[in-house]
Design a protein around this ligand. Structure first.
Ligand code: PMP
Length: 406
C-alpha cells in the first residue's frame, strides 16, 4: 500500500484551517457533504475566469472549450465507474435527481399489482419517489427488513422476489448507519427474477470505486458533493438498453432532435436526459474531484478510514451509556450513536461549541430510527482527511456533553 501522508492531504483542503467558536474545526459531517480540495476550487475559478460559456451550441471558442471540458469530465466519470460508454453517464443535479429521473420513467412500464422492492435502510430520497410511483401506477412497495446490527436480511429479500417484481432499489452504503450492503447478491437475485436494480451510491462513492459492469447493475446514482466535488451536480449511470427505453424526464432545450408543433423527436443519449443548460462548471469540477480521489487511491482511502473507524468505535464505547447503532462488520466510517437518556440534538449543540461538526437527527432515514425506537442519533462520519487526534477531541467533547447533560 502507498504511504498515507495525512498532513500533506490536509494541506489540500483550505477549510480545514478554519476555527469554529474559537476552536480548530473538526469536520465530522462528511456523510452529509464532503469538503473541497484546492484543485477542485481551482477548477471552478478557472472555468469562470477563462471559459464560462454555454455548451453544445456555440461555434465560438469559449463555447467549444467549455463543451470539451464538460465532455471530458463525462469520460472521466465513465472511466471511474467503468461504464462501457460515455453516454451511459447522465449528468444530474445529484442523487435525488437521478432517482426521480428513473422513477418517473418507470411509471410508463408499471402495471397495477407490479412490485417494487426497497430496503428498510433507505434515505428518504430513495423511498418517497417510489411511493409516488406506486400511487401513480398501482404498483406495490415491499420492504427488505433489517436486523439489530443494521444489516439487511437478504434471505427474506430473496424470498420476496417473484415474477411480479419489476424493480429493486437499495443503497450501496447506508448514510444513517454506515452499513455496506451486499449489493452483488441483491443485484444477482433481482436479475434472476427478471427485475431491474437501481443502486444509490451517494454514500458509497466517497469510499469505494464501484465497477458498474462487474456489478452488472442497471442504474447507479451518486452526488459530487459527497466526493470532494461541488453541490448541485451528480451522475446517473444507466445501461444503454435501459436508457434507450426510458422516456425523457424533462422537456426543454438540449434534449431534442427536431421540434415542430406537430411532433418533437428526442435527441440521442445522453442529451435526451439533459434538458436545459446544465451545471457546466459543476460537471467539470466533478471530474477534477474524481481525479483528485483517484490520485490518493481508493485502497489507501479505505485502509486509512478503517483505522479511524476502529479507533473511534473503541474510544467512544469507553464512555458509559453510549450506544452505537449499526454494528455490522461490513461498514464504512460512520458512527451513529446516542448517550443514554440524552437527546442527540443537545449533544450536537455542545460539541459544536467546541468546534466539532456532527450531524444530529434522523438523517433522512426515519424508518431506521423507528426500527430502533429512537428520535435520532448523533452521527460522526469520517473522511480520509480526518485524524486520530480529531477523534480524541470528539471523545473528550462527548464526555463533557455527558457531564453537562446528565
Ligand atoms: N441517498 C443517500 C444514501 C444519501 O446519503 C443522500 C444524501 N444524504 C442522498 C441519497 C441524497 O443525495 P443528494 O441530496 O445529493 O441528492
Amino acid at each position: 500500500t502507498t504511504s498515507f501522508d495525512i498532513q500533506r492531504i490536509r494541506e489540500d483542503f483550505p477549510i480545514l484551517k478554519r476555527k469554529v467558536n474559537g476552536h480548530p474545526l473538526v469536520y465530522f459531517d462528511n456523510a452529509a457533504t464532503s469538503q473541497t480540495p484546492g484543485v477542485v476550487i481551482d477548477a471552478i475559478v478557472d472555468y469562470y475566469s477563462r471559459y464560462n460559456a454555454n455548451i453544445h451550441r456555440g461555434v465560438h471558442t469559449l463555447s467549444q472549450e467549455a463543451t470539451d471540458a464538460y465532455e471530458k469530465a463525462r469520460i472521466k466519470l465513465q472511466q471511474h465507474f467503468n461504464a462501457a460508454r460515455p453516454y451511459e453517464m447522465i449528468f444530474t443535479s445529484g442523487t435525488t435527481h437521478g432517482i426521480n429521473l428513473v422513477a418517473s420513467g418507470f411509471a410508463s412500464f408499471l402495471e397495477k399489482g407490479d412490485e417494487i422492492i426497497v430496503s428498510a435502510m433507505e434515505h428518504h430520497s430513495n423511498i418517497v419517489p417510489w411511493q409516488m410511483l406506486c400511487e401513480k401506477t398501482g404498483a406495490v412497495l415491499r420492504v427488505i427488513p433489517m436486523n439489530e446490527a443494521g444489516e439487511l436480511v437478504v434471505e427474506e429479500y430473496e424470498g420476496m422476489l417473484s415474477d411480479r417484481t419489476r424493480l429493486v432499489f437499495c443503497n450501496h452504503i447506508s448514510n444513517a448507519l454506515g452499513t455496506v450492503n451486499p449489493i452483488e447478491r441483491i443485484i444477482a437475485a433481482a436479475h434472476k427474477a427478471g427485475a431491474a436494480v437501481l443502486i444509490d451510491g451517494a454514500q458509497a462513492c466517497p469510499h469505494i470505486r464501484p465497477d458498474v459492469q462487474a456489478l452488472d447493475v442497471d442504474f447507479y446514482v451518486a452526488s459530487a458533493h459527497k466526493m470532494c466535488g461541488p453541490t448541485g451536480v451528480g451522475v446517473l449511470y444507466g445501461k444503454e438498453s435501459w436508457l434507450e427505453k426510458l422516456p425523457p424526464y424533462q422537456g426543454g432545450g438540449e434534449m431534442i432532435e427536431e421540434v415542430t408543433f406537430e411532433k418533437t423527436t428526442y435527441a440521442g443519449l445522453p442529451h435526451k436526459f439533459e434538458a436545459g443548460t446544465p451545471n457546466i462548471c459543476g460537471g467539470i469540477a466533478f471530474g477534477a474531484a474524481v481525479d483528485y480521489l483517484n490520485g490518493i487511491g481508493f485502497d489507501a482511502i479505505a485502509a486509512y478510514e478503517h483505522k479511524l473507524l476502529e479507533y473511534a468505535t473503541r474510544r467512544l464505547l469507553e464512555i458509559e451509556g453510549l450506544r452505537i447503532y449499526g454494528t455490522s462488520e461490513h461498514k464504512t466510517s460512520v458512527i451513529s450513536f446516542n448517550l443514554e437518556g440524552i437527546h442527540p440534538y443537545d449533544v450536537g449543540t455542545i460539541v459544536d461549541k467546541l468546534g466539532i461538526a456532527v450531524r444530529t437527527g434522523h438523517h433522512c432515514a426515519q424508518p431506521v430510527m423507528d426500527y430502533y425506537r429512537i428520535p435520532g442519533t448523533v452521527r460522526a462520519s469520517f473522511a480520509f482527511y480526518n485524524t486520530i487526534e480529531e477523534v480524541d477531541v470528539l471523545v473528550e467533547a462527548v464526555k463533557k456533553a455527558k457531564l453537562m447533560l446528565s
